[in-house]
Write a protein that binds this ligand. Structure first.
Ligand SMILES: [Zn+2]
Length: 388
């Protein structure tokens, strides 16, 4: 049973029925055979507002249409029990975040990077377009050299970013993940990323670095990343260093497991075991577990047909296969809150924000209890939503 202060929108007491005093005012949430959980957190999402997973679509879909589709996606996330998400690069991300805070639309709290940072001619630069148009349309600010990188951090802070997202490596095409021979070029240099981290940390912002391939993972660690996103091709040395520095690991299993193109590679018995996507689902996760890395649930879902918002629990189910149900729940609640810097969130605890998800069944016994059809109610900041 949990008691919520309606005014302050925080948890004032929690415990077994009988141990908790029922207040005269305030909201009481009882389990009734269901399970009361902290609100779920997805630490890696996009709001592309597109039907397809495609760079050209991401940059060219009209922004009004993206915003309207994103409003629907935000509601689906909330009804699926997600009360906070970290938005990893969408042109209007900071505005979605603001609209939620103002209460004009329903959805999880959105922590936004505003725009991501990439190098000119990098993987998220649509090079089929003239540069000035590509920059105008991109969800990233392009920057080259340490001072431009510092300037790009200042721009996202101006836009209202809550943290900084950086592309340390290529990685938006299936070829990236499916060939061991594919040249995974690092994008920003260590020098550039160190400037980004320094500038961001000076303003109290964390830095999430998209890293794929041995070199970019190593570069991201050296530059001082707070979290490594995807983190494909983890080595023993990298895992040891991540553990020593306390860097969060967001393996985004969901995006790989839900892509039909990548699934065909994962399931193809004729393909070498060391293709990156296979290695990610085997040795990367085993190393992360072995070194006790702080694994965080993040889907990399963008709301397209293959990775629809509302199905984000898939990440928690996927992590459970490696770490067990309890740790998987931790990865999507208290540890995710720590990764996002939400210090009063992610736990059912006195004084914490009243972000609560109640599910039918017990996810410790059956992780599928987190599926959207089993969400009985959601409290976000003490406000009640009943999905089913
Ligand atoms: Zn992403």
């Amino acid at each position: 049973m949990v008691v919520v202060d309606n005014e302050k929108r925080i948890i004032v007491d929690a415990g077994r029925e009988g141990d908790v005093e029922e207040p005269r005012d305030g909201k009481v949430i009882t389990a009734n055979g269901q399970t009361i959980l902290p609100g779920l957190i997805d630490a890696h999402v996009h709001f592309w507002g597109c039907k397809v997973y495609d760079l050209t679509a991401w940059v060219s879909t009209p922004e009004t249409l993206v915003a309207l589709r994103s409003v629907a996606d935000l509601r689906k996330l909330l009804m699926a029990g997600f009360t906070s998400v970290r938005e990893m690069g969408t042109k209007g991300g900071a505005f979605l975040s603001r609209a939620i805070k103002e209460g004009c639309i329903d959805g999880p709290e959105v922590l936004s990077c505003g725009r991501s940072l990439g190098k000119t001619g990098g993987d998220d630069d649509p090079t089929n377009l003239p540069l000035h148009i590509a920059q105008e349309l991109s969800y990233s600010y392009f920057a080259d050299g340490p001072w431009e990188c510092r300037g790009a951090v200042r721009k996202v802070i101006r836009d209202g970013a809550d943290f900084v997202k950086v592309y340390a490596a290529t990685g938006t095409t299936p070829e990236t993940y499916t060939s061991p021979m594919y040249h995974l070029r690092p994008q920003f240099s260590v020098e550039e990323m160190k400037a980004i981290v320094d500038e961001a940390h000076d303003s109290g912002l964390k830095v999430a670095i998209h890293a794929i391939g041995e070199q970019s993972v190593t570069n991201a660690i050296e530059a001082g990343a707070d979290s490594i996103e995807h983190g494909m091709a983890l080595t023993e040395d990298a895992a040891r260093e991540m553990k020593r520095k306390g860097i969060f690991y967001v393996p985004t299993l969901g995006v790989f497991l839900t892509s039909p193109a990548l699934r065909s590679f994962i399931d193809n018995p004729n393909l070498a075991d060391d293709v990156y996507v296979r290695r990610h689902l085997t040795s990367d996760m085993e190393l992360a577990k072995q070194y006790g890395l702080k694994i965080v649930a993040g889907t990399d879902f963008g709301g397209n047909d293959e990775q629809p918002h509302g199905q984000n629990y898939i990440e928690i189910v996927s992590i459970a296969k490696y770490l067990g149900n309890k740790e998987a729940l931790v990865s999507a609640t208290s540890r995710a809150a720590e990764c996002l810097g939400l210090m009063d969130n992610g736990q059912i605890k006195k004084g914490f924000k009243a972000d609560i998800t109640v599910v039918r069944g017990n996810p410790l016994e059956n992780i599928e209890a987190l599926a959207p059809a089993n969400i009985a109610l959601v409290l976000k900041g003490g406000r009640l939503f009943t999905p089913n």
